[in-house]
Design a protein around this ligand. Structure first.
Ligand SMILES: Cc1cc2nc3c(=O)[nH]c(=O)nc-3n(C[C@H](O)[C@H](O)[C@H](O)COP(=O)(O)OP(=O)(O)OC[C@H]3O[C@@H](n4cnc5c(N)ncnc54)[C@H](O)[C@@H]3O)c2cc1C
Length: 430
């Protein structure tokens, strides 16, 4: 008889897993609590454009995402290669793919740059030892704290002015307290560029979901093992299956699983950074200041209200009026958690006014979106927990965990964990 698997959560991890299981001939039912698929990949129409409220910098250097895009009949468009960092009140524009771009930008002084270059060479050489999408492979370098390692191996200036804003800008939390494994994983990307998808990244999730049995507005309240399979509880309904895959952020998975194994407990303990996404639309015909022109991403350190800012015209050019999207990092998002959207907007506008006094007056539209669970924190030990889970989970276990708390804290890591869990279930059930 055909074996049945229930996948809880229709984010990219759950969808990638469900597709693999479906291709292997298993009967798959995906249950998603929201009315839409995609989870933290979430595109929205705003001010004449499609903007990304969730994942917005997926990279051409990812391992799995290009194949998923092709499966869904989509292709990614490279965003502008220009990024910018702020040091002592001055912006420095950096071309990501020009070897001397960082030095030419003036962000680092010559000696600081040389120190970074030396350390980066070693880190790049080491990158070949790791699986680019597999956080478990980073376990050997997961024992050291990232800020101390960056300062020692790459120099204190690079730690403060390059890596702290990169980690805060991309992952919304401080470099301090993170694992060296997280920073090491960044060195695998080389010359990769951020990609945009015309029509929005969530077209990928919809495309992946198409051949699958997906029930939306189906919130699962528990998943437990039974003598011959698993029982999944929805409101007023119980579904039975041979196995289940929980593909939700760890704090939500924790609520579903009543008797986790010690390996599962370690993953379920993963905490998340919060974030707030603010989109600002400008008056038609209004031109952004020169320093913002053509720069895709501005990345800022953890002492700053804003973690990153995207110029939409540099992300994906189109004829619509200018739009800026700003992400507030964990500390700011938590501080403003109880505040109304208007207060968030006022804070963002005063942050902008301090840098470009003319900007706030030209804003004619705005939108605020809050993420309580934006991206997993990666303190030392998390890569080792992922490895331990993969290496020691008994094959007999019929409930598997995946998602970005079981992998690298980005889309490709989430997908990698989904594919690993699905392959494991195929092995278990065949
Ligand atoms: C603001 C923001 C910016 C980001 N930027 C980037 C980026 O630039 N590049 C990048 O690669 N990644 C980025 N990420 C991270 C990326 O979005 C995630 O790593 C990835 O999408 C996680 O996928 P997932 O499937 O593990 O989880 P999710 O996408 O969270 O999917 C989990 C799904 O489970 C559902 N669910 C939860 N509980 C239940 C339940 N009880 N019953 C049924 N369904 C349930 C949820 O509704 C959700 O749809 C960003 C994330 C955020 C929030």
């Amino acid at each position: 008889m055909t074996k049945k698997v229930i996948v809880v959560g229709a984010g990219l991890a759950g969808l990638a897993a469900a597709r693999l299981l479906h291709r292997q001939g298993l009967q798959v039912q995906v249950l998603e609590r929201e009315a839409r698929v995609g989870g933290r990949v979430f595109s929205r129409a705003f001010h004449g454009r499609t903007i990304e409220c969730g994942a917005q910098f997926p990279s051409s250097g990812y391992v799995h995402m290009p194949a998923l895009l092709a499966e869904a009949g989509l292709s990614g468009v490279p965003c502008s290669p220009w990024a910018a960092f702020e040091r002592a009140g001055r912006w420095h524009r950096i071309h990501q793919n020009r070897p001397l771009g960082l030095w030419r930008s003036g962000l680092l002084r010559t000696g600081e740059y040389a120190r970074l270059g030396w350390g980066a060479m070693a880190a790049r050489r080491a990158a070949t030892r790791f699986e680019r999408a597999g956080y478990a492979s980073y376990a050997p370098v997961d024992g050291e704290e990232a800020q101390a390692w960056c300062a020692r191996a790459l120099g204190p200036a690079a730690a403060t002015h390059v890596f702290a804003p990169t980690i805060h800008g991309f992952y919304f939390h401080p470099l301090a307290g993170s694992s060296r494994a997280l920073v090491q994983a960044l060195f695998a990307f080389g010359d990769a560029q951020a990609l945009a998808v015309p029509g929005g990244w969530d077209a990928l999730a919809r495309g992946l979901a198409q051949p699958l049995a997906v029930r939306t507005a189906a919130e699962v309240s528990s998943v437990r093992a039974t003598p011959d399979g698993v029982a999944v509880q929805l409101s007023g309904e119980r579904l039975n299956a041979d196995a289940a895959l929980i593909a939700t952020p760890a704090p939500l998975a924790r609520q579903l699983l009543s008797e986790p194994t010690p390996q599962e407990q370690a993953l379920l303990g993963t905490n998340y950074a919060a974030a707030i996404h603010v989109a600002l639309g400008f008056a038609p015909g209004w031109r952004l200041p020169d320093v913002l022109q053509g720069v895709h991403g501005f990345l800022l350190g953890p002492d700053c209200l804003v973690a990153s800012m995207v110029v939409e015209q540099a992300r994906l050019p189109c004829a619509a009026p200018e739009v800026l999207t700003l992400m507030l990092g964990d500390a700011s998002a938590r501080q403003l958690a109880g505040s109304p959207d208007d207060k968030v907007l006022q804070q963002v506008l005063s942050w902008l006014r301090a840098r470009w006094p003319e900007l706030p007056g030209a804003v004619v539209a705005h939108q605020v979106h809050r993420w309580a669970l934006a991206e997993p924190l990666s303190p030392p030990g998390r890569a080792r927990a992922v490895r331990h889970y993969r290496d020691t989970l008994p094959l007999a276990r019929r409930i598997l965990l995946c998602g970005d708390s079981a992998g690298l804290p980005w889309t490709d890591g989430a997908v990698d964990s989904g594919l690993w869990a699905a392959a494991r279930l195929v092995e278990r059930l065949s």
